[in-house]
Design a protein around this ligand. Structure first.
Ligand code: FAD
Length: 573
């Protein structure tokens, strides 16, 4: 039976707004509540990394972000006035080879407008206080603007309620990690200095207290002073205090003026051990927080939401197995770990103060960053374009692939030199829209493509790439043989080749599983006692078994699939 209650998203920060929009776009019923009363808040996040506009492009939203005067071309590391290294984003293999410095309130405004166009309004002033799970639904207790308590029923609840998440606490998940000593200072100001406005500048200092300057739209700058010591959090720093610290730490002529926001903040490195407890899931800062070094937190939360949105919608509206939700933790937790580790290393690198450590940094950073492959790798990492899910339980039929070719779980690359109806086109543009996309490359696989679409037409759209469209063989070179590739709704390669695609779709939507009654001989062959269920994969291998039959074979099979997808134990349910 399909759930008729909505998914309730708790928290309308960037993560919650995008998740609610994705659920609505994929046709799932959704409500989103936030305890704020709609007030504007400070703009914490600034850096929108390249993987994020690429993802937003698939929703038709990238144009609104790129239209802002906010492109950053690279980042430069300095030891005083000595330039140690510069990493350029132009080497990135994407239609968005830059960082966008857009204040978080503007990002939220774009997402909120997008959500409203999909017919969903944020229910402001509703603070969730409690939750109870029973009978296949979740009951939330919330306090409204009028101080009255109300109950909200949900099929699933997603806690996107930030670092101090109430939802995480209510389901009893810890938030393991540590805070960093000392406050950091933040100042949005005019900066009169001679360094390029096209770059983020990280200026190391002998004290181990670095300064980061990020260009803001309109020729202004955000200055972040690491480890400014102990500050009274209730008192924002004065301009004169910020100016004195900048003069002390950033050599050369530099003058700070015209502040629009002065603040102190503390940073932490923490994560929860599971992204799901039954019908309650977590995303964004509610499940992982990082130091702002490297500008990763909001980007990671947005990509969590993109990963989860289509899966929850598929469970609610397309009869996909609930086991699909296990893959959310399996895919996103390693990415958060990957983000936490380098941002921590970056903080450590900026904090070096012993003379020998600074000498080593001064020698090693230019040496390593002098190597183009290292610079390219750094840019790929920080932009999150590298992030993929090769070890995901959804990666069935993963084949060996020649170096450089895309593999199941990888982000499906773009191809920028296609020609469609005489006009230039990109592969990612052709893929825009909902659902899985079946890329049919060339003309040799029409029969297989037809068979797949005949069976899975409700879930899969066909995009054909013929030789005339792909005269440079870009798609064929990047994806390699065979000619059929299935791309997931979140832009990652699901599988290549008909059998693997069948297996993947069967795993996700379950209905590929055909119950067949077997006689006593088969039962003994399969080492079942008197009864039981065996799941046979499309390639003829035994995928799993239970020792009891059921009036509801799909239910038992879903259990088996659930066990497979959760890696053998129901870790996060
Ligand atoms: C100074 C600074 C600079 C940063 N710079 C960057 C950057 O450049 N790039 C980057 O990617 N990240 C950056 N970050 C991190 C980024 O701001 C966060 O990762 C991001 O805000 C997380 O978004 P979220 O939606 O997960 O949570 P939040 O933005 O914290 O939103 C949570 C929402 O939940 C609501 N809420 C909380 N509890 C309840 C409840 N019980 N009931 C109902 N609603 C509730 C809150 O009102 C809030 O609206 C920076 C952070 C800081 C502090």
């Amino acid at each position: 039976m399909r759930d008729t209650e909505p998914v309730v998203v708790v928290g309308a920060g960037p993560t919650g707004l995008l998740l609610a929009a994705e659920l609505a776009r994929h046709g799932a019923p959704v409500r989103i509540v936030d305890r704020r009363d709609g007030d504007c808040r400070e703009s914490q996040a600034l850096g929108v990394q390249a993987r994020t506009p690429e993802m937003l492009d698939s929703l038709g939203l990238a144009g609104e972000f790129v239209a802002r005067d906010a492109r950053v071309r690279g980042f430069t590391m300095w030891d005083g006035r000595r330039r140690l290294a510069r990493v350029e984003y132009s080497t990135l293999d994407t239609a968005f080879p830059f960082l966008l410095d857009i204040p978080q309130d503007e990002t939220e405004a774009i997402l909120r407008a997008h959500l409203a166009r999909l017919g969903v309004e944020v229910e402001q002033g509703s603070e969730v206080l409690d939750l109870a799970c029973a009978d296949g639904h979740v009951a939330l207790t919330a306090r409204g603007l009028d101080e009255q308590t109300l109950t909200i029923r949900a099929s699933y609840v997603v806690g996107c309620d930030g670092a101090h998440s109430t939802i995480r606490r209510l389901v009893g998940l810890p938030f393991d990690g540590h805070g960093y000593a000392h406050e950091w200072l933040l100042a949005d100001v005019a900066l009169d200095w001679d360094r390029s406005p096209d770059d983020v500048h990280i200026v190391f200092h002998a004290s181990g207290r670095a300064t980061v300057c990020m260009p803001l739209p309109g020729g202004r700058w955000r200055v972040i002073l690491y480890f400014a010591g102990r500050w009274d959090a209730a008192r924002p720093p004065a301009l004169a205090e910020v100016a004195a610290l900048v003069e002390e730490r950033v050599p050369g002529p530099v003058a700070v003026s015209d502040p629009t926001w002065l603040a102190t903040f503390q940073t932490h490195r923490r994560s929860a051990p599971a992204y799901r407890r039954g019908r309650v899931l977590l995303a964004g800062d509610a499940v992982h927080i990082h130091s702002p070094a490297g500008g990763q937190g909001m980007n990671t939360g947005l990509l969590d939401a993109h990963n989860l949105g289509w899966k929850l919608a598929a469970v609610l509206t397309s009869g996909a197995s609930e086991a699909l939700l296990h893959s959310y933790h399996a895919e996103r937790a390693p990415i958060a770990r990957d983000v936490l580790a380098p941002t921590h290393r970056l903080v450590q690198l900026t904090a070096l103060s012993a003379p020998w450590q600074r000498a080593a940094r001064g020698a090693l950073v230019p040496l390593l960053a002098g190597l183009p492959p290292v610079r390219r790798q750094m840019a790929r990492r920080i932009s999150q374009l590298y992030a993929g899910y090769r070890t995901s339980p959804l990666c069935v039929g993963a084949v060996r692939s020649r170096h450089g070719r895309v593999r199941p779980g990888d982000r499906a690359p773009d191809a920028g030199r296609l020609v469609v109806a005489g006009r230039p086109a990109r592969l990612h543009e052709l893929r825009r829209g909902q659902g899985h996309v079946l890329l049919v490359v060339g003309v040799g696989a029409e029969d297989d493509a037809g068979a797949l679409l005949c069976r899975w037409g409700g879930q899969v759209r066909r995009v054909g790439i013929d030789a005339a469209m792909d005269a440079d063989c870009e798609v064929r070179r990047r994806f390699g043989p065979p000619a059929l590739h299935l791309v997931r709704p979140d832009g990652h390669l699901a599988a290549s080749g008909r059998e693997a695609i069948e297996a993947y779709l069967g795993l996700v939507y379950g209905s590929a599983v055909q119950p067949v009654q077997a006689g006593v001989t088969s039962a003994s062959l399969y080492e079942l006692e008197r009864e039981g269920t065996v799941l046979v994969r499309p390639d003829g291998h035994v995928a799993g078994r239970t020792q009891h039959a059921s009036d509801d074979p799909p239910g038992v099979l879903r259990q088996v699939l659930g066990t497979i997808l959760s890696g053998g134990r129901d870790r996060d349910a």
